[in-house]
Structures are given as C-alpha cells and as structure tokens.
Design a protein around this ligand. Structure first.
Ligand code: SF4
Ligand code: SF4
Length: 339
C-alpha cells in the first residue's frame, strides 16, 4: 500500500486527521471515490444488495461514455483515488476507454471490482489498473454456482480467469485481491479460498454479508465458525502480507464491535452520476455531480437537504467503511500494519 500513497491523498488524510480531533466533524475530505458504473450483472448472488428489483428499477440509468469522462474529471479534482464497481463493470463495452481516461487524468490509484466471468474478453484492462478486486466465495464451482445463481460453466470460467490473471501481476504491475463474503453458506469454504489465494499470490480480504439496510446477516451474529475463521485470519495476517486488513478491522468484524463510520471518506456515485448522501446504504439524497459541476458543490447541496451525517456505530461492517475510519481514529495502530 505504501507505494500507492500520493501527495494529494496524504494532504486529504492529514486534513481529516486534524478535523476529527478538533471538532469531531464527519464532513471530511475523500480518500477514495467509489463509482458504480452499472448495476447490470450476469451473476445473481443471493447476498447481493444491487441485484434486486428495487435497485434495478430505480437506479438503472447509466451515463454515456463522454458523460463518464466529465464525471471522472470532476472526481479527480477532489481525490486521486478511485474504484470502479457495479454490477459487473466489465459488461460496459466502453470499460477500457473509461480506464484509459483515468490514466489520462492521472489518477494515482485505480481499482476495479469484478466477478471475472468476462475478463478473458477484456484483458486490456490490466494495462490501466493498480488493483483488480474479484469476488470469490467458493472454489467448488458446482456449489458456488448455486450461491450466485449462475450456470456452472460461467463460474468455472471466472475461476480460470482469476488464476490466469494472478500470473500476470508482476508483468502488468497490478495487485489482485479476492473479496470473500462470509455467510453461513460460504464460511465452510473459506479455507479453500484462502489456500487458493496463498498458492496463487492473490491478496485476501474478508467481510461479513451485509444486507440492504447495512445490517449484518442475522445468521452471522454469534456464529462460532465465523469467529474461529477470523481468529485464524488474524493469526495468519501476522506472517503473511497477502492477508489484507488490520487486526483491529478483523476484531471489529468478528465481534461486531462499535465503530464510528465516516462515509464521506469514500463517497459513492451511482450509475446515473448521483452522489449518495449521507452514504450509499442510506441513500437519503442523490445529487447529480454532472449538474453541480464539482463534488464540493454537490456535497454542500446534499448537506443542505439531508442534514448531518448520522452517528452510526453498529452497521456496514465492510472493509471500505471500517478500515478508513480506523486509519483516522487509530492511525499508528492500523497504518503501520500496512507499511
Ligand atoms: S457479482 Fe457482485 S454485483 Fe453481481 S450479483 Fe454478485 S454481488 Fe451482485
Ligand atoms: S454505518 Fe456508515 S455507511 Fe452505514 S448507514 Fe451508517 S453512516 Fe451509512
């Protein structure tokens, strides 16, 4: 991670570090933007918060390529780091052009999240990415196929693509990360996924299944297998840099410890260009970034209409919410583990 740090990122981070100590204000500068480029997906994961009709019907409008370029310009002015997610981003035919534009705009860190089913048709993306994050919850394709409600041949192709991709990391200068979603069905398969990652030099992250409202799946609470799994992950993390996440992160998601969430550290933009306020799970207000012309103006309007950020303590146990918050509140404890 240290090699990916940039001056604009450090500037925003230091600003935030002082701001939360001086006035405990949650209106912070962004460390990374999340852009949901599409909600279309060829998987139908049982735990997906986006592959449901409410989201598909209400938020299916997508930007044209030129509009995306404008959106990227706006984002870049406020933040040097971006991840592109979905849905399945590789279903956008213009995905390589979008990533080329990110390069042109000199983003310092660009990440993409994919299920890898059509990666073999889009291998050119590797020339423009710093990190590729992939979903993988089981290695046994016949069982995984039932969890993601997707034909087994597509699952096999995804896993094959992940393996191919893992071998290109050095040559193409990017990192490959597996995101493992823990629920009662996937937990028994976690070790297989972990071993697969270690064998193929793939980084591994784990998070509990989160529902639409940001709450943890009830079956995870007090699940002893889940707690045991995280104990093992914490142990392994000490000696293996492929396991991502600080000890505090793993303890927080294991025991569902309260944490102060700062959602504006990673603002989310929906496929229609709307910035979600106060955060993506609550999505009380959507302000269009293209219409406003800057993130700062969009944020000002959102605060005016939506009021302050809620002080949540027991929701959204995801790496992208818990870890940035830990970085700010306990910088020495958490950051040092990544250096
Ligand atoms: S691959 Fe991702 S976006 Fe697609 S259904 Fe599964 S969780 Fe949802
Ligand atoms: S925990 Fe954070 S992201 Fe989740 S609902 Fe609360 S403010 Fe939003």
């Amino acid at each position: 991670m240290a090699e990916r740090l940039s001056f604009p990122f450090i500037k925003n981070y230091i600003y935030d570090l002082f701001k939360i100590r001086l006035n405990n204000n949650a209106i912070l500068k962004p460390l990374m933007f999340g852009y949901y480029i599409t909600f279309k997906c060829n998987f139908h994961c049982s735990y997906c918060t986006y592959a449901n009709e409410n989201i598909i019907n209400n938020f299916n409008e997508e930007l044209e390529t030129e509009e995306i370029f404008n959106l990227l310009k706006i984002i870049r002015k406020s933040c040097p780091n971006l991840y592109i997610t979905g849905g399945e981003p590789l279903l956008r035919e213009d995905i390589i052009e979008v990533l080329k534009e990110c390069k042109k705009l000199k983003f310092k860190m660009v990440s993409l999240i994919s299920n890898m089913s059509v990666f073999h048709k889009n291998m050119g993306i590797l020339d423009y990415l710093d990190n590729l994050s992939v979903s993988l919850d089981m290695i046994e394709s016949n069982k995984y196929s039932k969890i993601v409600n997707t034909p087994e041949n597509i699952i096999k192709k995804s896993i094959e693509n992940i393996t191919v991709c893992s071998k290109l990391q050095k040559e193409k200068n990017f990192t490959l990360t597996v995101n493992f979603v823990a629920n009662d069905q996937t937990i028994p398969h976690a070790k297989d996924v972990l071993n697969f990652c270690l064998k193929n030099s793939i980084r591994f992250t784990i998070g509990p299944e989160i529902q639409n409202n940001g709450r943890v799946n009830e079956k995870i609470k007090n699940n002893l297998q889940y707690k045991e799994l995280l104990k093992d992950v914490i142990k392994l993390r000490k000696s293996n840099k492929l396991i991502l996440g600080s000890k505090l992160y793993h303890k927080t998601i294991s025991d569902l410890l309260p944490f102060r969430c700062y959602p504006l550290l990673t603002p989310r933009i929906y496929p229609n260009g709307n910035f979600l306020y106060p955060c993506e799970p609550l999505k009380n207000i959507g302000v269009n970034m293209l219409k406003m012309g800057s993130y700062e103006k969009a944020l000002k309007k959102a605060i005016h209409e939506g009021g302050p950020i809620p002080k949540c303590k027991d929701r959204c146990y995801k790496n992208c919410y818990v870890e940035p918050s830990n970085f700010l509140r306990y910088p020495f404890k958490t950051f040092s583990e990544y250096l």
